[in-house]
Ligand binder design. Structure first.
Ligand code: F6R
Length: 610
């Protein structure tokens, strides 16, 4: 979704803003813009361009901006109004004395727009954001902080704002409700940004602005208030990501780099979360007694995180014997689920900012439920709004298609299931010992699977022209089939369906003919034979099969056109392993098709609007 970076310091702002915008490209956008306070003539200068940031750079090369050390900038992902020059941010008031960048949605913008139009204000865009520029200008009586505060009092919805004003070029004002915003603390310079990677090469000292807070930044100072004017003492955190973690480091795409980071992510998780054969879940926020009293669990999540949650259902029910319902957060929030006294809400999210997941958690907590989040982004909204957090610490995920965050979520769900299994006395010491031993092998098994990437690349070469894919799996790998299909469609745009293999006969089998590519997830497990029956049914109808199977399974190659092997492991752990071939299949097919793997069309990394 939209990205924000703002700068105030003693250097030229424009190059810093452009650099920062490039680091936010992964969030997904369709236009971009910068607005700066010019010290030369006391004016606000704005440059905007539709399309990629290089178009904005070209524009600035031909129309340079100098002598401006305070500025804001934005990548826009269209919500209100088409992607276009006039709808891109920053938006200004009529006299161009105020400029605003905004992430989120202003719900009452129509009524504010009409009110301002009645006063003679001429609007130039179709956006919800433009009202803010005009409102701030209307309330501005020499104090930008007060004007922003008054304007905020009029708007409803979700927002992160950055605001500058020509009358006070040494001030940058920011505010947030719902949409994330951080403040970066530098030496003689300060920043605002919607996400850490934008400023990671400038500073690692950040303040996570909370909902209902606004900030005034000068070169040397940051002041924070609640919207009602009450001062807040800022808490400065130090980000642990390295600059390298937000760069490609020799890989052609972030997605491929992140696929390769999975052994490291799981190894770190094992190192920090397993001590003396016990699972340690620091941060979980609930006492052992509270965890023992859990009677049922709702997992809420969206997209890939929802698929991880589906795997979690199999794990928790099997290992801990606690009933689990998995809901797409967008469904949960509107269907009035029945929450009991000891119901736990477990949200799963990479960004911690997904609007539907956040709303589902808020709703459940308002009704008395306890909520734990499995989250990657430190200090995100979901973390703040939950009773406890299990950080996956997968590092920044820049590729829009989730890879390492997904396996880290499954890993954490596995550990959570083990913890509950232990507390609910469903798991003997011996069983726990055996499972933990297997789990510890995952990082080295990942390396073995990744060694086959050339083999997967060759399969992708043969398959990328197929117009439609079907992914089939059973039991704990049914969610893997859904995730395999999602990965392929989001980065290659090839229609793909994931299905529970047992459901094939009830409809999807009609799709099968010689033009259909089918990926069958068939590792050794109690449902292996059933998968083989499905494979035979597909073969009988000339479908083209790629199987993911367990090393040593020679028989399967008799039925499938191609086989990708994963090492032998406890069947419950197979979703962690099959994820890698599925990610690689999607990746190489998309590369063969010449798709923009890291920034697929129409997608946003963090979906902060409903
Ligand atoms: C797909 C993908 C999305 C996200 C979904 C939830 O590759 O990345 O489906 O999984 O938008 O996002 P988070 O995990 O940030 O809540």
């Amino acid at each position: 979704m939209c990205g924000i970076i703002g700068y105030i310091g003693s250097k030229e702002a424009t190059p810093i803003l452009l650099e920062g915008l490039k680091k936010l490209e992964y969030r997904g956008y369709d236009s971009s813009g910068v607005g700066v306070c010019s010290a030369k003539d006391g004016k606000i200068i704005v440059r905007k361009a539709q399309g990629k940031i290089r178009h904005l750079e070209d524009l600035i090369k031909s129309h340079p901006i100098t002598h401006a050390t305070t500025g804001i900038s934005h990548t826009r992902w269209a919500t209100h109004g088409a992607p276009s020059h006039r709808n891109s941010h920053p938006h200004c008031d009529v006299k161009q004395t105020i400029a605003v960048v905004h992430n989120g949605i202003i719900e009452n913008y129509q009524e504010l727009r009409q009110e301002l139009q009645k006063k003679g204000v001429k609007f130039v865009s179709e956006t919800d954001t433009e009202v803010v520029g005009h409102l701030v200008a209307e309330y501005f009586k020499g104090d930008l902080v007060k004007a922003v505060q008054k304007a905020i009092g009029r708007v409803r919805g979700a927002f992160a704002f950055g605001v500058i004003c020509s009358a006070d070029p040494n001030l940058l004002v920011a505010a947030r409700v719902g949409s994330p915003l951080i403040i970066g603390i530098g030496k003689g310079e300060n920043f605002i940004a919607s996400d850490v990677p934008a400023i990671l090469d400038k500073t690692k000292r950040v303040i996570y602005l909370k909902d209902g807070e606004m900030a005034a930044l000068t070169r040397d100072d940051v002041k924070i208030w609640k919207f009602d004017g009450k001062p807040v003492t800022p808490k400065i955190d130090t980000v642990t990501f390295t600059v390298g973690s937000a760069q490609k480091e020799g890989y052609p795409h972030f997605m491929l780099k992140e696929i390769h980071e999975q052994p490291h992510v799981l190894a770190q998780m094992i190192k920090s979360r397993i001590k003396n054969d016990h699972v340690v879940l620091d941060g979980i926020g609930l006492s052992d007694n509270q965890l023992k009293s859990i009677k049922n669990i709702y997992i809420v999540a969206c997209g890939t995180a929802y698929h991880a949650g589906m795997v979690g259902k199999y794990l928790i029910e099997k290992i801990a014997g606690i009933p689990v319902v998995v809901d797409a957060a967008s469904e949960f929030r509107y269907r009035e689920p029945i929450l009991q006294k000891n119901t736990l809400i477990l949200s799963v999210s990479q960004s911690g900012e997904t609007a539907d997941t956040l709303a589902a958690v808020r709703d459940a907590r308002a009704r008395g439920a306890k909520a734990i989040t499995i989250c990657n982004a430190v200090g995100s909204s979901l973390v703040r709004e939950s009773d406890g957090v299990l950080y996956t610490h997968a590092g920044p995920e820049i590729g829009v298609a989730s890879t390492k965050a997904y396996t880290a979520q499954i890993g954490m769900l596995y550990l959570f299931a083990l913890k509950l299994g232990e507390l609910h006395k469903k798991l003997s010491d011996q069983e726990r010992h055996k499972i933990i031993k297997e789990f510890k092998h995952i990082p080295s098994l990942y390396k073995t699977i990744l060694q086959q990437k050339e083999h997967v690349a060759q399969i992708a070469k043969k398959k990328f022209r197929f117009g439609c894919f079907l992914f089939l799996g059973r039991n704990v790998n049914y969610p893997s089939a859904l995730e395999g299909a999602l990965k392929l469609k989001e980065i290659s745009y090839i229609p793909a369906e994931g299905y529970a293999a047992g459901e094939m006969k009830h409809g999807p089998i009609a799709l099968i003919d010689e033009y259909r590519a089918v990926v069958c997830i068939a590792p050794q497990s109690e449902v292996y034979e059933k998968m083989i029956s499905n494979i035979q049914e597909i073969r009988a109808r000339k479908g083209k099969i790629t199987a993911i199977a367990t090393e040593g399974d020679k028989d399967i190659s008799k039925h499938a056109d191609y086989v990708i092997y994963i090492p032998k492991i406890d069947p419950l752990l197979t979703p962690l392993l099959v994820a890698i071939p599925l990610q690689l299949i999607a990746y190489y097919i998309a590369v063969n098709l010449g798709c923009d793997v890291d920034q697929p069309r129409n997608l946003a990394k963090s979906v902060t609007v409903e």
